[in-house]
Design a protein around this ligand. Structure first.
Ligand SMILES: [Zn+2]
Length: 154
């Protein structure tokens, strides 16, 4: 089943199964925070975003970081995904164990850094925050980054 999230004239689409898969990884790492990258495609003149996959970093250091400095392989992986499947790096996801899905100032700063990062040229990355316990995925929120602000999808 596909989940559709809206924010003004923007649309985000993700398979429920994929979201559950991400949630389960988060649950396993609870009470530690964990995260990774979101992969997908745009359509409808960049107004519709299809989240199709995710990547787990080899090392999770938390955010913020710039791809160039900290993760050597990831840029290579992104390039390969684009060549083979026409998929892009579209954003980040991470968990808030036993917390809310509200982003922190650190989260916002990390997104600002990502956009300013020379290696991944992305203007409007997505941030997915999952609230997890050691038992289940409690809640989740998708945010759209634009001009140093994070706006949540409905
Ligand atoms: Zn956070």
């Amino acid at each position: 089943m596909k989940l559709v999230k809206k924010q003004n004239n923007l649309e985000l689409i993700i398979e429920e199964k994929l979201l559950k898969e991400i949630g389960n990884i988060g649950i396993k790492h609870c009470p530690n925070e964990f995260g990774g990258f979101l992969i997908g495609k745009y359509s409808n003149e960049f107004k519709t975003l299809h989240i199709e996959d995710f990547i787990l970093p080899k090392k999770y250091k938390g955010f913020p970081y710039c791809f160039e400095r900290s993760i050597d392989d990831i840029v290579y992986i992104f390039k390969k995904l684009f060549r083979q499947k026409n998929q892009y790096y579209i954003g980040e996801w991470h968990t808030h164990p036993n917390g809310s899905t509200m982003y922190s100032q650190t989260d916002l700063n990390a997104m600002i850094q990502t956009v300013e990062c020379e290696t991944v040229r992305i203007k409007n990355p997505i941030l997915l925050i999952l609230s997890v316990s050691s038992q289940k995925l409690k809640d989740y929120t998708f945010y759209f980054y634009n001009n140093k602000k994070l706006i949540s999808y409905e």
